[in-house]
Design a binder for this molecule. Structure first.
Ligand SMILES: NC(=O)c1ccc[n+]([C@@H]2O[C@H](COP(=O)([O-])OP(=O)(O)OC[C@H]3O[C@@H](n4cnc5c(N)ncnc54)[C@H](OP(=O)(O)O)[C@@H]3O)[C@@H](O)[C@H]2O)c1
Length: 307
C-alpha cells in the first residue's frame, strides 16, 4: 500500500471530519490536510483551531458544496497536486429539506451523501489526482440497526430503477422519513464504493462507518421528536448503554481504515455487533447484498446517470 502523506476530508469543519483532521495531524507521516468545506467562515475558524491544537501549519481550505456537482468540479480544477487519500465524510440527514430535489434531480440527502462525492472521485480519477485510498463514511443504518428502531432498507429488486428511486426520492415521497431515506442512501453509496473498487483496482475504496457518535451536529436537522430522541435523550443515555461513543472513537475508525492495510478495498466495515459501537468487522455477514455485483453495478449506474 502506497504511504499516505496528503489527505482531503469533506465536511472537515465540524464533527467527525474535523476530529479526523485533528487525529491525522498527530501522525508525523501526514504532510498536508485539505479541509473540504462549503462555508468559508466556518472553514477558516476550523483551520485556525486545528493549527493551534496541532501546532502544525499543514491545513489548506478547499471550498466545495458536495451537494452541487459544479461546485465540486470547480474545487477539483483548483487543485495543483495529487492527493493520496480522500475521506468522503460530508453529509448526514440532508438538512432541513432532505427530500427536496436539487437541480440534478436527486434529493438533498442523496446529493450531499452520494452524488457530489461520486463526482469528486470521478474528477480526481480522471485527472489522476488521487493516488492511494478513497474512504467513504458509511453507516450501520445501511444494514439496519433494530436495537435503535432503524429497519434494514428494503430492496425489492436489484435493478437500476430501484436505486434511481432512492436517488430521486420517489420511493419515499416529499414527506418521507429522513432516517429511512438516510439508510437507503448510505446503502446505495456503499454499493457504489464496492463497484468502484472493482473498476479501479489501483485505488483502495473502503467504506467505514464511524459508528453511533455523539458530540457532532449530525442530528440537528431531524424532525423535532426524532432530534429530541436521538440527540438529546439518546446522546446522553445511549453511551451509557454502549450504543454510542464519542467523536474521538468515531473518527479513529476513519483513521484506522485509511492507514491500516488490513482494511481491504471494496469492503464495508462497521460495528461487529448489533450496537453501532465496539470493534468493526466486514458487514457482508449482516446483509449479503454488499457482496452482490449486480446490486453494486445497479447502484453505481443509478448514481452515474445524475452526475
Ligand atoms: N454521527 C453519527 O452517529 C454517524 C454515524 C454514522 C455515519 N455518520 C456519517 O458521518 C459523516 C459526518 O457526520 P457528523 O455526525 O460528523 O455530522 P456533522 O457534525 O453535522 O458534520 C457534517 C459535516 O459535513 C458538512 N456538510 C454537510 N453537507 C455538506 C455539503 N453539502 N457540502 C459540504 N459540506 C457539507 C458540514 O458542514 P456545515 O458545518 O457547513 O454544515 C459538516 O462539516 C456523515 O456522512 C454521517 O452520515 C455519522
Amino acid at each position: 500500500m502506497k504511504s499516505i502523506q496528503t489527505v482531503l476530508i469533506t465536511g472537515a469543519n465540524a464533527g467527525l471530519g474535523r476530529e479526523t483532521a485533528r487525529q491525522l495531524a498527530q501522525q508525523d507521516s501526514i504532510e498536508k490536510i485539505y479541509l473540504g468545506c462549503r462555508n468559508a467562515e466556518k472553514a477558516k475558524a476550523a483551520k485556525a483551531a486545528l493549527e493551534t491544537e496541532s501546532k502544525r501549519a499543514i491545513f489548506e481550505i478547499v471550498l466545495m458544496d458536495v451537494s452541487d456537482p459544479n461546485s465540486v468540479r470547480g474545487a477539483v480544477s483548483g487543485l495543483d497536486a495529487p492527493i493520496d487519500a480522500v475521506i468522503l465524510n460530508a453529509g448526514g440527514t440532508g438538512g432541513r429539506q432532505p427530500n427536496a430535489l436539487t437541480a440534478n434531480g436527486v434529493t438533498n440527502i442523496f446529493a450531499s451523501n452520494v452524488l457530489g462525492h461520486a463526482v469528486l472521485v470521478d474528477e480526481l480519477l480522471n485527472r489522476q489526482l488521487v493516488t492511494s485510498t478513497v474512504l467513504y463514511a458509511g453507516s450501520e443504518a445501511a444494514r439496519g440497526i433494530p436495537k435503535m428502531g432503524m429497519a434494514r432498507p428494503e430492496l425489492r429488486t436489484n435493478s437500476v430503477e430501484e436505486f434511481t428511486s432512492i436517488a430521486n426520492g420517489s420511493r419515499f415521497g416529499p414527506d418521507g422519513d429522513p432516517l429511512e431515506a438516510y439508510a437507503s442512501v448510505k446503502l446505495t453509496a456503499t454499493l457504489w464504493m464496492a463497484a468502484m473498487a472493482r473498476k479501479h483496482p489501483h485505488i483502495r475504496f473502503i467504506t467505514m462507518s464511524p459508528g453511533g457518535t455523539t458530540g457532532t451536529n449530525g442530528m440537528d436537522d431531524l424532525p423535532f421528536m426524532k432530534r429530541i430522541f436521538f440527540k438529546h435523550v439518546g446522546g446522553v443515555l445511549m453511551p451509557l448503554f454502549g450504543m454510542m461513543h464519542g467523536v474521538e472513537t468515531g473518527a479513529k475508525r476513519y483513521v484506522d481504515g485509511l492507514l491500516n492495510p488490513k482494511f481491504k478495498s471494496g469492503r464495508f466495515y462497521a460495528s461487529a455487533g448489533s450496537s453501532p459501537t465496539g470493534p468493526v468487522s466486514d458487514q457482508s455477514g449482516f446483509f449479503s447484498v454488499f457482496d452482490d455485483v449486480t446490486y453494486q453495478d445497479s447502484a453505481s449506474l443509478a448514481v452515474q446517470q445524475f452526475a
